[in-house]
Design a protein around this ligand. Structure first.
Ligand SMILES: [Zn+2]
Length: 536
């Protein structure tokens, strides 16, 4: 771990902090007493100059297993002394690792944020970018589902027995100053151990407990360097390199690996440079897909637990307002998400549902708890960057845009749209296409099937016979979704539309989003005129 950190600090140009960040309000001093392992909380502005600190990323676990916390009534006593024996195992491990790394300060959310002080909580929650981004390294208890399981490897018994019997899978030989490692087993690949699979809708996120929690996504993404304590190995991750204890020098990072779909260009002028708009947009869609697969204890944390990442994203890109999880400069394509109700190879995702209390307008994915896919914005072939075709929407803007912030999407925040809209009949029985058991087909006036409808929440559509479809943009030439209405590729390209499925509220011009429409024959809009409508 020491070597990883010192090499990264000294040699990796990509792993430098850009600005000197503000320190978190409080830190844990891991060695304040002579001849005692006890620790205490210190205010970061209390005189002593604090050069660096380590952060911890961990699962809180169910309420019965919640970690030791600081509250208004315990703050004073925590600043005097916290007995080492009183710390849960994960915290003890983190303290020990800090001392081994000669680090004096550690930040742990449950102890360094006063949990029942709303102002303190909100202030610190908004600072996550600089708290994790400014730390020397984040220790991530990846395989621990609560604070009592430690920062350590949790190897399953059969794997452990195998390792004890057959050794670690490699042997080191020294030749003078050179060391050679010979593998007797194929070493584990970083993404596999971590649970990073490019095919996310097939359950690619793995089962490591820390990966299933919403708050911890930004803790990983914002950190310059992380050491993950996974199920079978210790993993290093920084902006330049990933390694494991087996292959410590393993691989240079690629966000876009060969196996994944390529992002969709929206017009020919878009640059495909790694820092350009196309990849930036895809990076955000990626974040949302990962984030939406995770769970929250408090439904109302959906936007707050992403706020640190949203702030970082805003800092890195030009323009664009943040509208409840969607960026204004990604409109209208950013509306073309859909919910996932089935995983082909892994644990089934929970059925999508609406939160009990209003959280975001229906056009934002944040209005739903459930796994989201942006595959409408990707194509299969990495060599041929298809364009998505002309946008069918002529104007789009958000009425209450200035009232949004990183935490809040104001109620009834309407998207004003001018576009083509058409009423379509729904097939009564859902169709199972293997990927989605709630898929429904839509039909034209003559009863012919002319497109696919993916409901956001299937149960909401049970008694509905019609939807309105707003035409958003043409389907790309090569889409991960296969054309299925018997047309040849040439004939169908640009002749099929992606759109939003809407329900009209009363007889007004106001609509609510209820799903995504794909592969809809463009001819369905023949004879329709541009209309102005409001989506809330
Ligand atoms: Zn590095």
């Amino acid at each position: 771990m020491r070597t990883w950190i010192s090499q990264c600090v000294k040699m990796h140009t990509k792993c430098k902090r850009v600005v000197r960040n503000k320190l978190p309000a409080r830190l844990i001093d891991v060695s304040p007493f002579i001849n005692s392992k006890d620790v205490k909380i210190v205010d970061s502005d209390a005189g002593e100059s604090i050069a660096q600190y380590v952060t911890l990323s961990h699962c809180w676990g169910p309420p019965s297993k919640h970690p030791l916390t600081t509250t208004k009534s315990t703050l004073r006593e925590r600043k005097e002394r916290i007995k080492f024996e009183d710390l849960p195992l994960t915290f003890k491990d983190a303290v020990r690792i800090c001392r081994d790394l000669d680090q004096k300060y550690l930040w742990i959310d449950s102890l360094c944020i006063v949990q029942d002080d709303e102002i303190d909580w909100e202030e610190q929650a908004k600072m996550m970018g600089s708290i994790y981004g400014g730390s020397l390294v984040t220790l991530a208890a990846l395989s621990s589902s609560d604070s009592k399981q430690g920062c350590r490897i949790h190897m399953k018994e059969d794997k452990l027995k195998y390792k004890l019997k057959y050794g670690p899978g490699y042997q080191d030989f020294n030749f003078g100053s050179q060391r050679v490692r010979i593998f007797t087993d194929e070493p584990g690949r970083w993404p596999k151990i971590y649970g990073d699979n490019p095919f996310k809708d097939s359950g690619g996120y793995g089962d490591e407990p820390l990966r299933t929690r919403a708050w911890t996504l930004q803790e990983r993404e914002l950190s310059l360097r992380s050491i993950h304590f996974a199920d079978t190995d210790i993993l290093w991750e920084c902006r330049t390199m990933r390694g494991s204890s087996e292959v410590p020098w393993q691989e240079v990072m690629h966000y876009y690996e060969e196996a994944r779909f390529a992002p969709l260009k929206l017009h020919s002028g878009e640059s495909l440079s790694p820092d350009g708009l196309v990849f930036q947009r895809d990076r955000w869609y990626d974040i949302i897909e990962d984030y939406s697969s995770r769970s929250l204890t408090k439904e109302s944390d959906k936007l707050p637990a992403l706020a640190g990442l949203a702030a970082k994203f805003r800092g890195e890109q030009a323009g664009g307002m943040y509208l409840g999880g969607i960026w204004s400069h990604h409109l209208p394509s950013a509306l073309l998400w859909r919910t996932i109700t089935r995983s082909l190879y892994a644990r089934q995702p929970p059925l999508p549902r609406r939160p009990k209390q209003y959280r975001a307008p229906s056009w934002s994915w944040a209005s739903i708890d459930g796994q989201i896919s942006y595959n409408s914005q990707r194509i299969e072939d990495t060599d041929f960057y298809s364009e998505g075709g002309r946008s069918e929407i002529t104007t789009i803007h958000c009425e209450f845009a200035p009232h949004f912030d990183l935490f809040i999407a104001p109620p009834d925040s309407a998207l004003r749209v001018r576009g083509l809209i058409r009423r379509l009949k729904l097939s009564l029985e859902p169709t199972d296409n293997g990927e989605d058991s709630h898929l429904q087909l839509v039909a034209g006036d003559d009863g012919q099937k002319i497109g696919k409808f993916y409901p956001d929440i299937a149960s909401e559509m049970q008694s509905k016979q019609y939807i309105f479809c707003l035409s958003v943009r043409a389907e790309p030439h090569i889409s991960p979704v296969k054309f299925s209405f018997g047309e040849s590729l040439e004939a169908s390209a640009q002749a099929l539309i992606m759109g939003l499925a809407l329900l009209r509220l009363g007889i007004s011009d106001t609509y609510k989003r209820v799903g995504l429409v794909r592969e809809l024959k463009k001819s369905a809009f023949n004879g329709t005129k541009l209309v102005d409508l409001k989506i809330i």
